[in-house]
Design a protein around this ligand. Structure first.
Ligand code: F6P
Length: 330
């Protein structure tokens, strides 16, 4: 079997571990792996990973030393042309031309949506691997890159706490999460933040102001507010402005936007392990004849879920996490 592998959408730490898993499993079982560069764009442009011998395949050694590398060696992109029928038909033609029988797509919601649409025009097998720092896919408890991204946010929050305490200040810290607040919530709980603003929770400038007054009365000397960039009140700058408009600030505030720093860095052990497991599992699924599904992990077990059931606009946040925040941020 000739298996194409690509990464698409926002990169996530551990994607390389997943590619490594795909190559190690497929090649050791006697199959060939073709690395497709720049996600779906590379399918349209026929852009493939070229190994040290100048060939367009990924041998076992092509993935050596990848466990500790963030980002993706296959590069990633968001591809508008692939969203059209014409684009997807061209991609199917290119796969046929290069005798690629099966595809493994590594990415988040957009990547899997693309895979679902593509499965309607291409008769080869497709399996998706969940990789996004947003952790907003159904059919898996966790996504590749999420844990590392939370660690990165927590490290920054810990540092900001030091300076916040020294100056008795408040920091509005914005983290990624255009549609999802999972990352912001988990980072906030782990760092002991007092306030979290996420798209899944309805809040208001007035409610934040009131909460700050309560915390002031409780003799808090510093405040961390973690803001997901997609919160309905706006980003950290908007929220600071909105709260300031209500009255004198209970704590003098500053804004920090962590931005794309959150997506980079050395994958933590969990993302390495999970990435490898998803890569190996995706190959096993293809060899078992599966298609049109995402591999994931639910209650510690690998599971396959049809693409249409994993894509979602908003994954529900677990109540117990919200309760934990409530208890811990007193
Ligand atoms: O990877 C997911 C994500 O981080 C979102 O949370 C964020 O809004 C988006 O990617 C931004 O990505 P880019 O700047 O690459 O378009």
């Amino acid at each position: 079997m000739r298996i194409g592998v690509l990464c698409s959408g926002g990169d996530a730490p551990g994607m390389n571990c997943c590619i490594r898993g795909v190559v190690r499993k497929a090649v050791s079982e006697g199959h060939e792996v073709i690395g497709i560069m720049h996600g779906y764009q590379g399918l349209l442009d026929e852009e493939f990973y070229i190994n040290r011998d100048g060939k367009a395949t990924m041998p076992i050694r092509s993935v050596s030393g990848l466990s500790s590398r963030g980002g993706t060696i296959l590069y990633s992109s968001r591809c508008d042309a692939f969203m059209t029928d014409k684009g997807r038909k061209k991609a199917a033609k290119n796969l046929k031309k290069h005798k690629i029988d099966a595809l493994i797509t590594i990415g988040g919601n957009g990547t899997l949506r693309g895979a679902l649409d593509f499965s309607k025009v291409w008769n080869g097998q497709i399996i998706g691997c969940p990789a996004t720092i947003d952790n907003d896919l159904k059919g898996t408890d966790i996504t590749i890159g999420f844990d590392t991204a939370v660690d990165t946010a927590v490290e920054a929050l810990d540092k900001l706490r030091d300076t916040a305490t020294s100056h008795e200040r408040m920091f509005y810290v914005e983290v990624m999460g255009r549609e999802s607040g999972y990352l912001a919530l988990c980072a906030a709980i782990a760092a002991g933040a007092e306030i979290v603003c996420i798209p899944e929770l309805i809040d208001s400038y007035e409610a934040i102001y009131k909460r700050l007054m309560v915390l002031k009365r409780r003799k808090k000397d510093s405040i961390l507010a973690v803001v997901a960039e997609g919160d309905e009140l706006g980003g950290a700058i908007d929220i600071q402005k909105g709260v300031r408009a209500i009255g004198p600030e209970p704590f003098p505030s500053r804004v920090v936007i962590l931005g794309h720093i959150i997506r980079g860095g050395i994958p933590c052990y969990g993302d390495r392990l999970f990435g490898a497991s998803m890569g190996v599992g995706a190959v096993e699924a293809l060899l078992a004849g599966e298609t049109g599904k995402m591999i994931g992990i639910v209650h510690g077990e690998r599971v396959l879920t049809p693409f249409e059931d994993v894509i979602c606009d908003r994954k529900e946040i677990k109540r117990n996490l919200l309760d934990l925040l409530e208890t811990m941020s007193k």
